[in-house]
Write a protein that binds this ligand. Structure first.
Ligand SMILES: *[C@@H]1O[C@H](CO)[C@@H](O)[C@H](O)[C@H]1NC(C)=O
Ligand SMILES: *[C@@H]1O[C@H](CO)[C@@H](O)[C@H](O)[C@H]1NC(C)=O
Ligand SMILES: *[C@@H]1O[C@H](CO)[C@@H](O)[C@H](O)[C@H]1NC(C)=O
Ligand SMILES: *[C@@H]1O[C@H](CO)[C@@H](O)[C@H](O)[C@H]1NC(C)=O
Ligand SMILES: *[C@@H]1O[C@H](CO)[C@@H](O)[C@H](O)[C@H]1NC(C)=O
Ligand SMILES: *[C@@H]1O[C@H](CO)[C@@H](O)[C@H](O)[C@H]1NC(C)=O
Ligand SMILES: *[C@@H]1O[C@H](CO)[C@@H](O)[C@H](O)[C@H]1NC(C)=O
Ligand SMILES: *[C@@H]1O[C@H](CO)[C@@H](O)[C@H](O)[C@H]1NC(C)=O
Length: 807
């Protein structure tokens, strides 16, 4: 019995092997490849063939990486899928050199465009070939190129592809997202070059600008503050009469890299890691509030470290104070005093800026900064100028007219921008302005020691100047707002129990309402902290700098004597556990909302682990720590506090166990070892709880004596994972997404730390790499597992103290 199975299996393997061998290097005229065959590049890095994305059964013609067949970067018939019910589709080349994609009934489902001028070249003996770059081209006998797939990008910008406009072909090449990870149809999101003014890259959603990666500064796009050259690829931006485009080239052809727009509209750069045969997410850019296009309106600057984030430029004031005071910044800012225009105007230098929208700009590549300033002063509607190219000393000139839109302030990097002001407004900050200009000039003239001495002096002066600058209301002793204890006491009605929202691991949380009606959440830290007051303050300042839309925002603090209060934004929809574990309220979170929540938690956690400077391990991630705002956006709370309260090293052993049973991995409970993978474990538990609608702790599969993780794993290996789905989701679920969540959840709770994916991989997995590894046995899968429940073990002091389960 067993043996015959083996033989069958081998036979099956052979069949597959044979099928994958029916591949060729070219298609010649009148010839075709049928579904099941592939066209390969001569370097064998790329394959063209038919595929079905995710769990879909529809067929598409696409090109993918041979090493990673689920990474399809180009799709021919993205809008018109083929249904193989009547037989298989095929791709053929006609005598005109046009590729035709036919279904089994000979209906043309797609054809290569033949309208461009290049097809007027006679198509003698045409043939199609997949080049080593992944480009599918049709050429004629004389090797003239009749058509190429690189002219029709889908969601991925491959090295060698051009994104932008080409007068000759009349094509405007854009990137457009897939509808979803299992439907390559054109989705809502488009990345395209806008040619108004100095050309720049826009990300649009349903033709509305969503965010602006910006213009090219010689090194990178203006939205990326970091100016280090990339070791894997080079990027080029070309602007001339005939063409405007971005393109990138690999530094080493055997190392893959690609830029793709995912179905949620996020542009991501991936590199292929040979050692692990997987894609590594390199950058997602900064995804925070300030990236929303023109969030602050005109003539205003977004600074994510500020609260509120928007601030008018020097010399400007809110157009509508009433709106501005309630954080509605749409109408932007307007000049307090109009420009002189007669020559009395000056400029204020801003540093580390994402340059404004260049739609209403003018540029010259050869002018220097001085000429640029002169040019700006000559036109009364010129509002600002900067260098066009920041390489070396900087060169070229970029000037803006009328309004300045969509600027942000980076903590470092970015660019210098000179904003025009009338002389009277210049006086307001003469010292500051002179300081920076003087610094520049001196550096040019004086050499050697003189420079050093001078700069020290200037540094000293600026430091003193900064120190003596009065702070807002004199209360911001740290870099974050400090609240008066009396204000908070009043807002929370003297910490009355009626206002108590819950109890976290670090102390109770109260709701507060300020006199102006603003609602707050006030966390009253329990008295003991291993740290001194200074360190605690420093930590809080660091935590306040963590900014991500999936993290709860720290608004300020109040530290007076023994009273240590953290003041957070108030989340009107309480926490995740309040919904998913409640029979009636669980109906309010349908599947699309839960899917969105899972993604949000993953992104927030990725930010804590990788993207923030602090590399924070949460250590107490659980459904009651996932708060929901008015739109059911998830926000992780209590992050960074573990770090504050228990001063341990990353990946260290600790003899104090913090966390909550049911969410802690074995290596932590048993040996006190924690790492980012401990958070990944907790994340996996949360994902499974969201899908199943039940708590891991307390769940018991009577029949098999399994806990929730064991139960999920059993159904998964039996191919019955859909039975796990919470009853109330039966109307709204998407099977592919549900299965993906269960699988990712199970991968995250695997026994062995090294088997669990890291958060960047989790995000890739959720976003639809086709093949995921099979999960191995989860940790703590039997209900009787002594370590899964504290009642069996360690009821001792320290643990029960720090283990307060929230709400
Ligand atoms: C797909 O459909 C969209 C509209 O839904 C259209 O704008 C786009 O050009 C189509 N793409 C292709 C390759 O046919
Ligand atoms: C499709 O076209 C091919 C060649 O032109 C022909 O042999 C075949 O019979 C056609 N099939 C159908 C279903 O019309
Ligand atoms: C070119 O495309 C048009 C439709 O866009 C089609 O009618 C025509 O037959 C095509 N020409 C060739 C040679 O395939
Ligand atoms: C390109 O990468 C391969 C694989 O890492 C390496 O063997 C080769 O030497 C590299 N070539 C160059 C020119 O750096
Ligand atoms: C941005 O905010 C940080 C923190 O509040 C502050 O230090 C910095 O000066 C701000 N930048 C501007 C241009 O306001
Ligand atoms: C807005 O706030 C500013 C500063 O707090 C205040 O001076 C001004 O009166 C407020 N304006 C309105 C219309 O509320
Ligand atoms: C750019 O500036 C230089 C120097 O002022 C000038 O010679 C040149 O004509 C300008 N180019 C354009 C396109 O305006
Ligand atoms: C100033 O620049 C604007 C925008 O380019 C232009 O329309 C206007 O003619 C210019 N004015 C002068 C005096 O050059």
């Amino acid at each position: 019995m067993m043996a015959s199975f083996r033989v069958l299996y081998l036979y099956f393997l052979l069949l597959c092997f044979v099928e994958s061998l029916t591949s060729r290097d070219t298609i010649t005229e009148g010839n075709f490849i049928r579904d099941g065959e592939t066209l390969v590049s001569s370097n064998r890095f790329f394959e063209l063939g038919f595929f079905s994305p995710g769990s879909s059964t529809l067929r598409y013609l696409g090109i993918w990486y041979r090493e990673s067949p689920s990474t399809v970067f180009w799709v021919a018939n993205r809008n018109t899928s083929i249904n193989n019910v009547n037989g298989k589709g095929l791709l053929r080349l006609n005598d005109q050199g046009v590729l035709l994609l036919l279904d089994a009934k000979n209906n043309t489902m797609w054809s290569s465009d033949n309208s461009s001028t290049t097809t007027r070249i006679k198509a003698y003996n045409p043939f199609a070939q997949l080049l080593d770059s992944g480009n599918l081209v049709v050429k004629n006998d004389a090797f003239d190129r009749l058509w190429q797939s690189f002219d029709y990008p889908c969601d991925t910008l491959m090295p060698g592809m051009k994104l932008g406009w080409d007068q000759e072909t009349g094509l405007d090449k854009v990137l457009s997202s897939w509808k979803s990870s299992y439907d390559p149809g054109q989705g809502d999101y488009i990345y395209k070059i806008d040619r108004k003014g100095y050309p720049q890259l826009f990300a649009l959603r349903s033709s509305k600008v969503m965010f602006r990666p910006g213009s090219w500064n010689g090194i990178t796009l203006t939205w990326l503050p970091n100016h280090n050259p990339n070791p894997i690829f080079t990027t080029e931006f070309v602007v001339n009469e005939k063409e405007v485009y971005f393109t990138s080239e690999l530094r080493n052809n055997s190392i893959f890299s690609r830029f793709a727009v995912n179905p949620s509209g996020i542009g991501q750069r991936f590199d292929w890691v040979i050692q692990t045969s997987s894609w590594q997410l390199l950058s997602t850019g900064s995804i925070d509030q300030c990236e929303n296009y023109a969030l602050c309106g005109a003539n205003s600057i977004c600074n994510i470290s500020n609260n509120p984030v928007c601030e008018c430029l020097r010399g400007y004031e809110p157009k509508n104070f009433k709106e501005w005071n309630v954080s509605n910044w749409n109408s932007g800012c307007t000049r307090r005093v109009s420009l002189d225009c007669g020559g009395g105007d000056g400029f204020k230098q801003y540093t580390s800026i994402k340059l404004p929208d260049t739609s209403s700009s003018w540029y010259n590549t050869t002018m220097n900064l001085k000429e640029c300033k002169k040019t700006c002063l000559q036109n009364c509607s010129c509002a600002a100028y900067s260098n066009l190219d920041i390489r070396g000393e900087g060169s070229g000139c970029l000037v803006w007219f009328d309004h300045l839109l969509d600027m942000r302030q980076f903590p470092a990097g970015g660019q210098d921008l000179y904003v025009r002001l009338p002389a009277s407004e210049l006086d307001h900050f003469r010292d500051e302005g002179r300081g920076s200009i003087g610094k520049k000039k001196l550096a040019g003239i004086v050499v050697g020691c003189a420079i050093l001495a001078m700069s020290f002096m200037i540094l000293g002066l600026t430091l003193i100047a900064r120190k003596s600058k009065p702070r807002n209301s004199g209360k911001e002793v740290m870099d974050i707002p400090t609240f008066d204890l009396s204000v908070i006491t009043k807002a929370t009605d003297n910490f009355s129990t009626i206002n108590k929202l819950g109890e976290g691991g670090f102390g109770p949380v109260y709701k507060g309402t300020l006199e102006d009606g603003q609602e707050l959440a006030v966390k009253r830290l329990s008295a003991k902290s291993g740290q001194g007051m200074e360190e605690l303050k420093n930590e809080i300042v660091l935590i306040a700098k963590l900014q991500h839309r999936n993290l709860v925002k720290l608004l300020g603090c109040c530290i007076v004597g023994d009273e240590k209060l953290l003041i957070y934004e108030y989340m009107s929809n309480k926490s995740l556990d309040y919904f998913i574990f409640d029979v009636t309220r669980s109906n309010l979170l349908d599947w699309p909302k839960r899917w969105h929540i899972i993604h949000g938690i993953a992104r927030g956690l990725l930010y804590l682990h990788m993207d923030s400077r602090l590399r924070i391990i949460h250590r107490d991630l659980k459904t009651s720590n996932i708060l929901l705002d008015a739109y059911m956006n998830p926000k992780i709370s209590d992050f960074g506090l573990a770090r504050t309260f228990w001063d341990d090293q990353v990946d260290a052993n600790t003899n104090k166990i913090v966390g909550t049973y049911g969410y802690m991995p074995p290596e932590y409970v048993l040996h006190g070892c924690f790492s980012m993978k401990s958070d990944v474990f907790s994340f996996g538990v949360i994902v499974l709880e969201i899908v199943i609608g039940k708590k891991n702790r307390g769940f018991l599969d009577q029949e098999y004596g399994l806990n929730l993780l064991g139960h999920a794993w059993r159904l998964w290996i039996q191919g019955r994972a859909m039975e796990l789905l919470d009853e109330c989701l039966r109307e709204s679920y998407n099977e592919y997404e549900v299965l993906r969540c269960v699988q990712v959840g199970l991968l995250c709770v695997q026994q062995k730390v090294e088997d669990r994916p890291d958060m960047s991989t989790v995000i890739l997995m959720l976003n639809g790499e086709k093949l995921l590894p099979q999960p191995k046995v989860p940790c703590f899968y039997t209900a009787g597992d002594v370590f899964a429940d504290p009642s069996h073990r360690m009821s001792q002091n320290e643990i029960s103290q720090t283990m307060l389960e929230g709400r």
